[in-house]
Structure formats: C-alpha cells, structure tokens
Design a protein around this ligand. Structure first.
Ligand code: G3I
Ligand code: 9MR
Ligand code: ZN
Length: 543
C-alpha cells in the first residue's frame, strides 16, 4: 500500500450507536446518496448532503450527509449513483465496546520482559525480551534490574515520561468511567477483583520503580540500547546492552505525579502497593525540591534512541504537586500548586512534553469546596475556554475535528485524542454534553471519517492501518499487524525518507503513508493508545 488517496465517501468504519447523530463526509460532485444494507443490497435510506466547502488542511472540497434517521442494527455502506461507495460499517448497541477492549489489550502486546503466551497473544506470541540488567550511563560499573513495563512504541526503548503519560490516561479513564472497564480483556492477571485496566497499569508502574536512581532519588529519563535495532528484529532478539540515561527533572516530575495518582487509585485494592507508590512519589518530589533548576535532558552523545527532550519542567512539577495534594491533602503541596500555577507554561496540554493539563485536571477533580476559590475559578474557566476553542475549530473543519493545519505534526493522532480527552474533561466539570458530541467526532475521524478513509487503529475498521512501523508486526511473520495499535497519523513536516520521497506537496491531513518505513507517520506508541482508551471508555456505554 503506502500512499493513501482522497476517498469519495467516508464514515467511522467501526460504526455508530443506534441513536444519535450519524454523519458521512463526501468529496465527490454528487450530493445524492443512499444507505445500503451490506448483505442484501437493499436501499434503506436516501439522502442529500449539504453545501460543499473547501477544507485547506485536507486539500479537498467536502460536504456532509446526515443519515441519523436510520436506527436499525445492521451492516451498511453508503453509495452514490456514480458508483462511489464507503467502507462497510455497523449500526449497533455499544459499537465501541470491542474497540475499547482492543485499545487496552494493546498494552499487553507492548509488555516487555515477559513471554506473551499463545493463550493471550494468539499468533502474536513471543518469548520474553530485555530481561538483562541495564548499565547506568556514565557510571558503567553500576548495573541494575531494568526488566518489565511496556515498550514505548515500534521501537523497544522504555521512556519514563511517556510511560507516565500513558498510565495517567488509563487511570483517569478508570476514575471517570469505571463501569466501562467491567469486562475482562482478559489478561493473565484477570481475577474478578481488581479490573484489568489496573492490572495492566501495574505492569508499567512496577517498571517505573526500577527507573529510580538509588543514589539520588531522581528518575532516569529512559532505558534503551545505544541505537535502534533493525526493523524486523523481534524483541527477544534485541540483545544489545541496555543503558539507563541520566536523571531528568521532567521524568522525575512525571513519575512523582503518576505515583501519587496511583497511590490513590490502588488504595482500595492493595494498601501496601499504594503505600509503595506514595513513597516513590515522595522520593521523586524531594529530588525536585533539591533541584529547583536543572537543564533539560539531552541524549548522551553515544545514545541515539528517542530523546524526548523537554527543556521546561515547571509543568511536570505542577502536575506532581497537584497529584500529591490530591492524594495527601497536605497544605505544603497546595502552596506549591498555587506558586507553580503562577508560572507561564501550557496548563491545558496533555503531553508528552507539556503535561500541565494533568496538573489542572488533578486540581479541578479534587473538588471545588476544598480549593483556593480564585485558582479553581481561573483553571475551570481556562479549561472551558480551551474546550470552546476546540469546539469552534471543529465546527469550521470539514471532518469536524479541532486540528488546525499546523497541528498535523508527528503524532497528530495524539493531539486528536488529547483534544477529545480535554473536551470530555470539560464535559465532566461543566455537565455540558455538547463537549462530548465534539469529542465523539474526534473518534469518528480516528476510525476512518478522514480524508484518506483510513482507520488509524490496527485491526479495527474495513480499511485500517496494515503496515505500522512496529518491529514485532514487521518481524513476526504474521500477515496482520498486532491489533489495537493507534498509528501516529499525518505529519506535514515530512520527517522520514519514505514520505519525503512519496508525499511532497500533499495537504497536511494527507501527509500519511501506511508503510512500515514511515516512522514519522505510521509508528505506534503507548501514549497515542492511552488517550484513545480514555475516549473509547467515555463512549463504550453508548447504545
Ligand atoms: O511542537 C512543535 C511545533 O511547535 C512545531 O510547529 C512543529 C513543526 O514541525 O513541530 C512540533 O514539534 C514536533 C514535536 O514532535 C511535537 O511533539 C517535532 O517537529 C517532531 O519532530 C517531534 O516528534 C517527536 C519524535 O519522537 C521525534 O523526536 C514525536 O513527538 C515523538 O512522539 C516521537 O517519539 C518517538 C520516540 O522518539 C522513539 N520511540 C517512538 C516514538 C514515536 O515515533
Ligand atoms: O525506527 C526508529 C523509530 O522506532 C523511532 O521512533 C524513530 C525516532 O526518530 O527512529 C526510527 O529509526 C530511524 C532513525 O531515526 C533514522 N534512520 C532510520 C531509522 C528507521 O529505520
Ligand atoms: Zn522488551
């Protein structure tokens, strides 16, 4: 495959709930359309799409057709007289249930250090990987246990900050929508007592404990080999030496925050574990206090794996303070939040570099009655203003999402899902359901209602990503990619050789290639999956 082209009729390929708005987007000249039952070819609805307009990000003239009137469960496609047809999609009760399960199961496939057994991984089973101890870079006589956690992405690096973002999204999803997580995935740990989402997050938290520098209490930025292995190397065959990169303030702040969050979430199930998380959070916080000003992380010269450089660490400190406040109730963290909130950095952004949004959410979710009234009001207004901006941008967009042309960056699908998460947070604090409707439009985009007619989630949708830049999917000899993985999506910066050669001059939203060589558009990561789990959890119960 590789290059993807503009398609005449696009829908959410997974489908739509029986009730509520159902829209398809058209690029052809004709405005007449009909909905056809897949099995019988029977026309079940005829309609006319609205006025056409040109969309700059997509480089196409678009119009929207409404088929909300159709409410009978089934499998359908949309057709036009000139022969154009959409992907097949379902109308069903709870159409996003399996999707949510699959997006969460993806984290099992990302597990490192354990055998993925056939019982749980099917054809994607593989041997345990990366079980060796890691060397502390710069102090190479020091070696320590480094096993476990999740691989970051299509590469096998493990990075503290991105890992913390992924866990935070999953724990917040559980906190806001616990009943969406009731069915077992299942996982090897499924026990009917603690939900699988919490079992899965424990995998990463257990590894994050190992990322502490025993000497200082700071958190190592990452654990990787010196360079990336070849694209077809299976995880268990990647046996190069593993190195802990130096401690960074960003990683230490992120881990302080996520450990404080975890301490709260796990307390009802396992007091000892919750206490261990809290002690880790306190350790990391103390490091931050002792290091008020430190330069941002840069890769040591001999390490060329993902850098995740982040020069600004006030947002991570703010998030850590807000989570510690929420978990312990101690006044000193309230003072820290109040001070850090005065500084200038994005307060409604959800990472991986700009984590301030999580601090804001922690403060707002803690509750109004115990908050500093002025700060609470400022942050709530700010959140709703940002949500309003996203709604406005979405209303002006041909596919109803909030990305501006310049937002089609490396990992643009993370922005799509982060924005949806933020809209849902706005719904949560305001009770206004219009934010959720806009968030759902973002899910429709991810699952195929986009200019390329592609579902960016492997294994979900009639025309989903088939060739992700994901080493196990390339190396395992199985035709289908590992399922449930969210691809990065269009990146107008054309950041790899494949897209430089094939996509010159394309409009922003078309700068995507379903090709295994395109690491800047078609890689997958844990922190692109995690906000998608949050969004799917909100809509899992829709009928
Ligand atoms: O923020 C700027 C924005 O202001 C500017 O307008 C825009 C123009 O290109 O760039 C934005 O920065 C981009 C940044 O991501 C935003 O998050 C950079 O161009 C872009 O190069 C950078 O890409 C990161 C990429 O690593 C390269 O460093 C991705 O976010 C990040 O997700 C990705 O992470 C990799 C890891 O290194 C290794 N593991 C896989 C993972 C996913 O590909
Ligand atoms: O394969 C690597 C991918 O997993 C990383 O996310 C990406 C980050 O920059 O880098 C990829 O490796 C490429 C390297 O950066 C440049 N040379 C080609 C490599 C891919 O084959
Ligand atoms: Zn591994």
């Amino acid at each position: 495959m590789g290059e993807c082209s503009v398609r005449p009729i696009v829908v959410n390929q997974v489908g739509y709930p029986l009730r509520g708005e159902k829209l398809a987007v058209f690029t052809g000249g004709s405005h007449q359309f009909r909905v056809v039952e897949e099995a019988t070819g029977a026309v079940v609805l005829e309609g006319v799409s609205g006025p056409a307009r040109f969309d700059v990000s997509c480089g196409a003239t678009l119009h929207t057709g409404d088929f909300s009137e159709l409410t009978a469960p089934g499998r359908y496609r949309i057709e036009q007289v000139d022969g154009a047809a959409s992907a097949v999609f379902s109308l069903a009760e709870r159409p996003y249930h399996e999707l949510q399960q699959g997006l969460l199961k993806a984290f099992y496939y990302y597990r490192c250090g354990v055998t993925l057994t056939e019982e749980f991984a099917g054809p994607w089973a593989h041997q345990a990987c990366h079980t060796a101890e890691g060397r502390v870079h710069g102090n190479e006589l020091l070696v320590q246990d480094s096993a476990g956690g999740w691989h970051d992405a299509g590469d096998y690096g493990k990075y503290s900050g991105p890992g913390a973002k992924a866990v935070a999204d999953l724990l917040l999803a559980y906190e806001l929508y616990p009943s969406s997580f009731e069915s077992a995935i299942p996982l090897p740990e499924s026990d009917g007592v603690m939900l699988d989402v919490l079992h899965e997050c424990k995998v990463e938290l257990d590894w994050l404990f190992k990322m502490f520098d025993p000497a200082t209490g700071g958190v190592f930025h990452k654990l990787t080999t010196l360079k990336f292995p070849g694209l077809d190397v299976m995880p268990e065959d990647d046996r190069a030496e593993l190195y802990f990169s130096p401690v960074s303030a960003a990683a230490t702040g992120d881990v302080a925050a996520v450990m404080a969050l975890a301490a709260r979430i796990y307390e009802p199930f396992d007091h000892v574990y919750a206490e261990k998380c809290l002690q880790a959070a306190l350790r990391a916080w103390e490091w931050l206090e002792r290091h008020p000003q430190v330069p941002g992380f840069v890769n040591p010269p001999d390490i060329v794996t993902g850098e995740y450089g982040d020069a600004v660490d006030t947002d991570e400190r703010y998030w850590a303070a807000a989570e510690l406040l929420r978990t312990t109730g101690e006044e000193k963290y309230h003072t820290a939040v109040q001070e850090l909130a005065q500084l200038d950095y994005p307060k409604y952004s959800l990472g991986w570099a700009d984590m301030g949004g999580y601090g804001t959410l922690a403060y707002l979710l803690r509750g109004e009655t115990i908050a500093d009234a002025a700060l609470y009001a400022t942050l709530k207004e700010g959140l709703l203003a940002e949500a309003a901006r996203l709604m406005e941008q979405s209303a002006a967009d041909g596919y109803r999402i909030s990305l501006r042309e310049e937002d089609y960056i490396w990992g643009s699908n993370m922005l799509v899902m982060n924005h949806a998460l933020l809209l849902l947070a706005a719904e949560h604090v305001s009770g206004d359901r219009r934010y959720a409707a806009c968030a759902l439009d973002h899910l429709h985009y991810l699952l195929g209602r986009n200019v390329l007619d592609i579902s960016y989630v492997t294994g979900f949708g009639d025309q989903s990503v088939r060739h992700p830049h994901h080493r196990p999917s390339v190396g395992d000899g199985v035709e289908a990619p590992v399922p449930g993985l969210v691809a990065g999506g269009p990146d107008r910066g054309l950041h790899d050789e494949y897209v430089v050669e094939h996509l010159q001059g394309k409009p922003a939203a078309q700068c995507f290639a379903d090709h295994e060589l395109s690491y800047s558009t078609n890689e997958v990561t844990i922190y692109w999956n995690s906000p998608a789990v949050f969004v799917a959890a909100r809509f899992n119960l829709l009928k």
